[in-house]
Write a protein that binds this ligand. Structure first.
Ligand code: MN
Length: 238
């Protein structure tokens, strides 16, 4: 399959923000007009009000992060798949097909970032945080000894991710839990793991509220926002 002939070149900044290298992204320059057909992938609603996570994450951060950053990845993805064979594909198929094709790195970066952010919003809850109960408590204790060990390891992964990326709690096919981190747009969902929870550690996720203090942001998210009900739902499908 060939990509649509580009009629407008994205700016250098668009390419950098999209996480693509200039050389790799050049062949994927965006067509000027988005296909009139309804995209298969819909723009998700935020699962709570934009001030619901305050004071851990302010409404200002949420509104920029959701309406600007997340939306930017979505719009880029829709534009880049328009008039290609991926146009009507489910999101995970768009991600999996584009990840193995270096010519489609721009699609991969934007589609994976779009998926990661949708997952991140659901990983947080105004009623979240603290130690899990029920099936998640059992799973955490089986895989990490205890909640405090999990907490320490998860924070270390989030704080130790060099530059932009994500920290993940995932389950393998035997429902064994582990912690992973990924750089930029990369996502464990394409590597055979079932993500249970994630923390976005790109600076845009915390800089307005915490400036450079990433560790304060991750500690507060773990203590007050992690959505264990969402994790349990995901684990039940692993
Ligand atoms: Mn983000």
């Amino acid at each position: 399959m060939t990509e649509a002939v580009p009629s407008i070149k994205p700016t250098r900044r668009e390419l950098l923000v999209a996480g693509a290298t200039l050389a790799a992204a050049a062949p994927l320059a965006a067509p000027a007009i988005v296909s009139a057909q309804t995209p298969a992938v819909e723009w998700p609603k935020l699962p709570y009000a934009d001030d619901a996570l305050s004071p851990v994450i302010s409404s200002v951060t949420i509104s920029f992060h959701y309406a600007k950053h997340h939306r930017f990845y979505y719009d880029n993805m829709i534009r880049l798949v328009a008039d290609t064979d991926l146009k009507s594909q489910p999101l995970l198929d768009i991600i999996k097909v584009s990840m193995v094709n270096p010519a489609r790195i721009g699609i991969y970066n934007n589609a994976a970032q779009f998926w990661n952010h949708s997952f991140y919003w659901n990983s947080l809850s105004p009623k979240g945080g603290g130690a899990p109960t029920g099936a998640m408590k059992d799973a955490i204790e089986k895989s990490f000894k205890d909640y405090d060990t999990f907490k320490k390891d998860f924070a270390a992964a989030a704080n130790g991710q060099f530059a932009s990326g994500w920290a993940w709690l995932v389950a393998d096919k035997d429902k064994k839990l582990s912690i992973q981190r990924s750089g930029n747009a990369d996502t464990p969902v394409v590597r055979g793991f079932t993500p249970l929870l994630t923390i976005d550690v790109w600076e845009h996720a915390y800089y307005l509220d915490y400036q450079n203090r990433r560790a304060d942001y991750t500690a507060a998210v773990i203590d007050k926002l992690l959505n264990w009900e969402f994790a349990a739902e995901n684990l039940s499908k692993a």
